[in-house]
Design a binder for this molecule. Structure first.
Ligand code: SRM
Ligand code: SF4
Length: 575
């Protein structure tokens, strides 16, 4: 337990008493009630399930004296975001039969199904496991889905990111007895599929970790995964893959009401040889298990321990535990952060193509039959699939003419591919937010299309329709779409307002800066228009807006800020 901890949080007690994450789930998931109790809600997370309610009808139902509409979100953890055509098709089938009839690719390369009812959970989870995917460890105080760059070129594949992601993922699965007992017919899906070790050889004790723990793998040439937003970041040297740089203590979650919570990029621990990576990861996780704060969950991530101890003490402790000497080195500069949407020659006779999805959502909607179309491609061409850390989908191992056919067949959907995308469409994304996320303060995924349309019009009217620009929106400060690492970050504050962040994050190496708090939704475009006009008049060569914002200190320019929403409302009332 952390040396600074006095009392353990209630969730620690629940985990400890749960008999390795079983608790009362056996009875709770089988009874006739649509909801589960508070303790089961916490335990379900480890099984990859969030108990939620439909927030679109919450207030109306409350007013009418009706119970909440209880729904569940099921999260599939997919190491490195790679899945086969057959696995995708089985998720597609589930999406059609249950819940919201959509799939949602996540910003950590996972896939979520929303609006699942309690009685559907068993069918959904066992079907996912039968397709040799799993929800185990999708959520909860364990190592979460291990993310990795989705480069599909032979040269990137040879760096072995996918294999490392799989190794780490299996190594850090929690003992799965409860999971297997609750959801899986062991004769059809053996334990080896999960690869979860028994408790006596597991890195976790009965209380698991103090908090979620995130690992990402990038290469020195491409930081598409925002590796420094993770508790543990591994960067494989693209020139010499036997070298791995290790970073610790990244994390973005913060709270509007608690200034002691903060977003932080991971710090460089040093360089180790590839052979020593597992020993280093074990030691960092063990350190967090023992010293992470089990009293206060808002300060329980590794980033707070790194802040408190300092990187030198962390390094000394990791070296002592692992017996590995960590070599000093210089931080990566990352030459780029690719979106992986371009048509790509894999160099092995095959080709890949990225499909930009609206914040990772795959549904048949007013915008077009995207769910159907993707299913048809996957059925016909049997590609391999990779999910990017922006929630887009890369289809690969295709023949050259197949990428052309896909481009052709997507043309009628409001879903441009590759060169037809504007940079703004290409780069922007939002977190899930309303109506499912219980923590959302403002709209995010549902607001992004409208915002992008308005911003595109604004860019056209300024004479720069193809300006490279990135917007990341979240419905609250937890940062699920990593808004503090975007060129423009909008972070939900109230139903109608967002905090606005700006800056050059240097390929994910540093955070952007807070420009204005509590900006009314109606003020976002006029404010951006002012900023962009100034930028276009004073831009240095072809520099990006974010670079200009950082270079000229835009975040400090009070004259460019809109009045905070609360002040505007007070002035309106006073009129
Ligand atoms: Fe997240 C909580 C969705 C990536 C930081 N996140 C949530 C929950 C589960 C809300 C809840 O606790 O009740 C959201 C469910 C919404 C829904 O209805 O689906 C949620 N997070 C997501 C996803 C689906 C966003 C998306 O649009 O894709 C991402 C799922 C990833 C996955 O497959 O595992 C997702 N979340 C992230 C990221 C980005 C990343 O990891 O690269 C972050 C910022 C990095 C970090 O962890 O610091 C992130 N989510 C959080 C936090 C803040 C954690 C903290 O340390 O303070 C919370 C709240 C919490 O844990 O208490 C949270
Ligand atoms: Fe929910 Fe906030 Fe995460 Fe968005 S950033 S999904 S609103 S927790």
């Amino acid at each position: 337990m952390g040396e600074h901890t006095t009392t353990r949080s209630e969730i620690e007690r629940i985990k400890e008493a749960s008999r390795l994450l079983m608790g009362d789930l056996e009875t709770e998931i089988r009874n006739e009630h649509p909801e589960v109790g508070g303790e089961s809600k916490q335990l379900l997370k480890f099984h990859g399930v969030y108990a939620q309610d439909n927030r679109d009808v919450r207030a109306v139902r409350k007013r009418a004296g009706q119970p909440l509409e209880h729904i569940y979100m099921v999260r599939v953890a997919i190491p490195g975001g790679r899945l086969s055509a057959d696995q995708y098709l089985s998720l597609d089938t589930l999406a059609r039969r249950t819940g919201s009839q959509s799939l949602r690719l996540t910003t950590r390369q996972g896939i979520q199904l929303h609006f699942i009812s309690k009685h559907e959970l068993g069918v959904v989870i066992s079907a996912i496991n039968e397709s040799l995917l799993t929800t185990w460890g999708g959520c909860g105080d364990v190592v979460r889905n291990v993310v990795a760059c989705v480069g599909i070129e032979s040269a990137v594949k040879d760096l072995g990111l996918e294999r490392l992601a799989n190794d780490l993922s299996r190594r850090y699965k929690a003992p799965a007895d409860a999971y297997l007992q609750l959801w899986i017919d062991g004769t059809r899906v053996p334990n080896e599929v999960l690869g979860a070790p028994p408790i006596d050889s597991s890195i976790y004790g009965p209380e698991m970790l103090p908090r979620k723990f995130k690992i990402a793998i990038a290469t020195s040439a491409d930081n598409c995964v925002d590796v420094l937003a993770n508790d543990l970041g591994l960067v494989i040297d693209a020139q010499d893959p036997s070298k791995v740089r290790v970073y610790v203590g990244g994390g973005l979650g913060r709270s509007h009401s608690d200034d002691t919570t903060l977003a932080r990029v991971a710090e460089l621990l040093g360089e180790v040889s590839r052979d020593d990576v597992l020993a280093i990861c074990d030691s960092v996780i063990a350190l967090q298990r023992e010293y992470g704060d089990r009293g206060d969950r808002s300060h329980a991530r590794l980033k707070y321990l790194v802040g408190e101890w300092g990187i030198d003490r962390i390094r000394a402790e990791v070296e002592r535990r692992s017996g590995v000497r960590i070599l000093p080195t210089t931080p990566d500069t990352f030459s780029r952060t690719r979106d992986h949407l371009a048509r790509t020659d894999q160099g092995d006779g095959h080709f890949g193509l990225g499909i930009k999805l609206p914040s990772g959502r795959i549904a048949n909607s007013m915008a077009g039959p995207l769910l159907d179309r993707l299913r048809d491609f996957v059925k016909e061409f049997k590609p391999s699939l990779a999910i990017t850390a922006r929630g887009d989908m890369v289809l690969y191992d295709l023949a050259s003419n197949q990428t052309d056919l896909i481009i052709e067949r997507l043309a009628d959907l409001a879903l441009p591919v590759d060169s037809m995308l504007t940079p703004l469409q290409r780069e922007s994304f939002a977190c899930v937010g309303l109506p499912t996320c219980g923590l959302a303060l403002a709209e995010s995924e549902r607001y992004l299309p409208e915002l992008l349309e308005e911003l595109s019009l604004c860019l056209s009217s300024l004479g720069v329709p193809d300006l490279a620009l990135e917007v990341r929106i979240t419905g609250c400060p937890n940062g699920c779409a990593r808004p503090y690492l975007g060129e423009i970050g909008l972070v939900g504050r109230t139903k109608r307002s967002y905090d606005m962040y700006l800056g050059d994050t240097s390929n994910g190496r540093r955070l952007n800066a807070l420009f204005a708090e509590d900006v009314d939704r109606d003020e976002i475009i006029p404010t951006l228009r002012r900023l962009l006009s100034l930028f276009l008049a004073n831009r240095d060569g072809d520099e990006r807006f974010g670079t200009f914002a950082t270079r000229t200190g835009l975040a400090r320019r009070d004259d460019l800020k809109p009045a905070p929403r609360r002040l505007r409302r007070a002035l309106e009332v006073a009129k």
